[in-house]
Design a protein around this ligand. Structure first.
Ligand SMILES: [Zn+2]
Length: 546
């Protein structure tokens, strides 16, 4: 029996059809939910959508219809299709350039937390099985010239089908795109391909010029005692789940005993770590911030230029370029091993051996003052239950699975709230550390999260939605402030005044200026109109004439 040989165009057409039909279940599901698939008109519309997807994918694959390229290209695209399909239907996330950047910056542990039975099942039936079949098949390719001609004709034919399908379905399509802009993110795997191309082309769009300097005139206002500023960078903490902000469950018992001010109306710059971090440390506001712009100095550079000792301690997947020019280290390097296991640490590891870490900084700078950024693991999902140690789980039972839909809403919320309760404990410990150093330095703590989180509202989970589409829970963040008596005296800061202004809207746009103000740094880059603490700072009582 002779083995059948498949012509390359048939393989391209078949693979494109499989991806367009089976790989787009979230899209078909959404169109069905929007009641666009009913009746004859609906069937025709579905056919037009299918043809559009098929034609675009076939045109794309025809570029790879060469002997050694076609099967690997299809395998890769099938993998992407299956992954995107799983995360869209499981978590309601969409794949855009921001998400691709997140994925590229995700470390192994974070990726491991997403591995689950349903993910493996989707990878198997959507990608591995068809690929295994295709790998067995003999594919016929022509000579180079012939194959080029075939590929060109195939691409042209596919584009012809695309145009025809768009024209045929134009009216419902146009209204769909107008009313449901987010549909384009469901076009699988095209949204992923587009996003990857967008990210990959970023360096081409603008060559990274020389480092743009910010606050070159930065200097310290003369004050007698050094200040220690602990900047705690929260992770995935949503404002609503803090008892301090009126949440009905006791998630912040320890902080409620401290003299804390909470800005309850605070908003993030992005909906992911990779989007928010560079933006919040930038002197540029969200409206002007552009990640593709050449590297630009940030808050930490300005603090360092003013002469302060700056240290970034990371308990997560890095500082996204923010800490490149200041001393930085991972939390896991601390002396105590009980807080770390399998390469992951509970956030208290950030405080572990902190004195020794600070002692290693430039003593000349440390005498003037210290700014420590602590980048938390916080409430990083979906494995929220891993974010709090066994003895610190006030809310039980807890969802223990990464497949969030597999858990009851209550157990999912319990696991998440436990992570907030642990952050409460961690922040109280950090304040305790500052209090223990009151004899030698004036301490203050500012805690701001990078973004919020969806916990199943409207079937959305996690974060990272495009900003314009993201629900408020992904954008509303906790912003807490604490200052020692000595710090308040030295800076003239009134917590009562701040408390009266706690409902004023603030955002990551304010962070740069807020920290400069608290650190006592003067520079032309500072704008008091953007410093939410500025109007609550009276005359300092211990500053010396400069
Ligand atoms: Zn984050």
């Amino acid at each position: 029996m002779t083995r059948r040989t498949l012509p390359a165009p048939a393989v391209v057409g078949g693979a494109a059809l499989w991806m367009a039909a089976a790989g787009n279940l979230p899209l078909w599901h959404k169109l069905h939910a929007l009641e666009l698939l009913g009746g004859l008109r609906g069937a025709l519309f579905a056919l037009a959508m299918l043809l559009m997807l098929w034609a675009t994918l076939a045109a794309l694959l025809s570029l790879f219809a060469w002997r050694r390229a076609l099967k690997p290209a299809i395998a890769l695209l099938l993998m992407v299709t299956a992954l995107a399909s799983h995360f869209m239907s499981s978590y309601g996330v969409v794949v855009d350039a921001g998400m691709v950047t997140n994925v590229l910056q995700t470390d192994v542990h974070e990726a491991g937390a997403l591995l689950s039975g349903p993910l493996i099942a989707t990878l198997l039936w959507m990608a591995a099985l068809p690929m295994a079949w295709l790998w067995q098949q003999r594919v016929h390719y022509g000579s180079t010239g012939r194959q080029l001609l075939h590929n060109l004709l195939l691409a042209l034919a596919a584009l012809g089908v695309l145009v025809a399908a768009v024209l045929a379905g134009f009216q419902p399509l146009a209204s769909l795109m107008r009313n449901h802009k987010d549909i384009r993110y469901l076009l699988n795997p095209l949204a992923s391909v587009y996003a990857v191309a967008h990210v990959a082309a970023a360096p081409l769009r603008r060559a990274p010029g020389p480092l743009v300097r910010v606050g070159e005139d930065a200097h310290l206002t003369p004050h007698q005692r050094p200040r220690i500023l602990l900047l705690v960078l929260g992770e995935t903490a949503r404002s609503d789940n803090f008892a301090l902000n009126g949440y009905g469950r006791p998630t912040t018992p320890q902080l409620l005993r401290e003299d804390i001010v909470s800005f309850r109306n605070a908003w993030s710059c992005g909906t992911s770590t990779a989007a928010s971090l560079p933006c919040m440390f930038s002197d540029l506001t969200r409206a002007h911030f552009d990640r593709s712009a050449g590297t630009r100095e940030n808050l930490l550079d300005v603090l360092q230029r003013a002469g302060l000792a700056v240290l970034w301690i990371d308990n997560q997947a890095g500082c996204k370029g923010v800490c490149e020019r200041v001393p930085h280290m991972g939390a896991a390097g601390g002396p105590s091993s009980r807080l770390c296991a399998g390469g992951e640490c509970f956030d208290e590891a950030l405080l572990d051996g902190l004195d020794e870490r600070l002692a290693a900084l430039d003593p000349e700078r440390s005498r003037r003052g210290v700014v420590v950024v602590m980048h938390q693991m916080g409430s990083h999902g979906p494995a929220y239950h891993l974010r709090s140690p066994p003895g610190r789980k006030p809310f039980l039972p807890e969802c223990q699975s990464a497949t969030l839909q597999g858990c009851s809403a209550q157990s999912l919320l319990n696991a998440y709230d436990n992570s907030i309760a642990y952050t409460d404990h961690f922040l109280a410990q950090a304040i305790g550390w500052l209090k223990r150093h009151e004899a030698t330095a004036d301490g203050a703590l500012v805690y701001v999260s990078d973004h919020g989180e969806s916990l199943g509202e409207n079937n959305l989970y996690l974060h990272g939605m495009p900003y314009a589409l993201a629900p408020d829970v992904q954008k509303r963040i906790p912003w807490l402030s604490w200052a020692s008596a000595g710090f308040r005296r030295a800076s003239g800061l009134s917590l009562d005044c701040l408390r009266e202004r706690s409902d004023v809207q603030v955002s990551h746009d304010n962070y740069f200026h807020a920290v400069l103000g608290l650190a006592g740094v003067q520079t032309s880059a500072y704008r008091s109109s953007l410093d939410p603490y500025a109007s609550c700072r009276g005359p300092a009582t211990d500053s010396v004439a400069g």
